[in-house]
Design a protein around this ligand. Structure first.
Ligand SMILES: [Zn+2]
Length: 233
């Protein structure tokens, strides 16, 4: 029997709204409670790809509500997580985590990954600019936070073969947004993830890792690919 794949979940904001980037805070708590009860190991992103049947939690863009709505819940269950940070956002304040909050998250054991300097579409900026976006982002995160940045996620999930070849050398793991489970045979320069937008109903979330859940995601993937890419990732 094939080992069951792992689910790398993508969150953005944990808030009160109902936009495609927001997971309501109460729903997030229920999802984490269910994961804790399910017995499925929740592991770090790098571990998820070598340990089948696990779940990894990623948070894109560094929304400020991570600190109030996500971190306390993650700590309650001792769940590891990765924030994919955009370094220009850290300066602007507003809805984003600032540098002090990033440091606080890193000190709490949250892994920090690179998500670009300004969230440009890396498939359109040219090869050198694309490398600079991720390389400069990583350097700044490492300098400011004093942590090693070993992972990245492409804004909008978009990359080119040349960028993936570079990422393969530079990062242990790079994530895209192809809607699928991940397994050890996948390209570590473009790992698929599951946006929790598709699992907002608890009945669907509870199917994570089960054959029925995989069938549902395959169906959503086809619809999504027909519609073209999402604008918000
Ligand atoms: Zn993003």
């Amino acid at each position: 029997m094939r080992p069951s794949p792992s689910a790398i979940l993508t969150y953005h904001s944990i808030g009160g709204g109902s936009s495609v980037v927001e997971t309501p805070a109460g729903l997030f708590v229920r999802q984490m409670e269910w994961l804790a009860e399910s017995g499925m190991p929740v592991v770090g992103l790098e571990q998820s790809i070598v340990q089948p049947g696990t779940v990894a939690l990623t948070f894109d863009d560094g929304y400020r509500d991570f600190m109030s709505a996500a971190l306390p819940v993650l700590q309650r269950f001792s769940f590891p997580a990765t924030i994919f940070a955009v370094t220009d956002y850290c300066r602007t304040g507003g809805g984003w985590m600032d540098w002090e909050q990033m440091r606080e998250a890193a000190r709490a054991g949250v892994s920090i990954g690179a998500h670009g300097v300004d969230h440009a579409d890396l498939s359109r900026v040219g090869p050198e600019a694309a490398q600079r976006q991720l390389g400069d982002c990583r350097r700044m995160l490492e300098d400011r936070l004093g942590v090693a940045v070993r992972t990245c996620a492409y804004p909008y999930g978009l990359s080119t073969p040349a960028l993936r070849e570079w990422s393969r050398r530079e990062f242990a793991v790079s994530c895209g947004t192809r809607l699928d489970y991940a397994c050890s045979g996948d390209d570590r320069a473009d790992l698929p993830r599951i946006d929790v937008y598709y699992l907002r109903r608890m009945a669907l979330f509870r199917q994570i890792g089960r054959p029925a859940g995989r069938g549902y995601l395959a169906f959503r993937r086809v619809l999504r690919e027909r519609r073209g890419r999402w604008a918000y990732e």
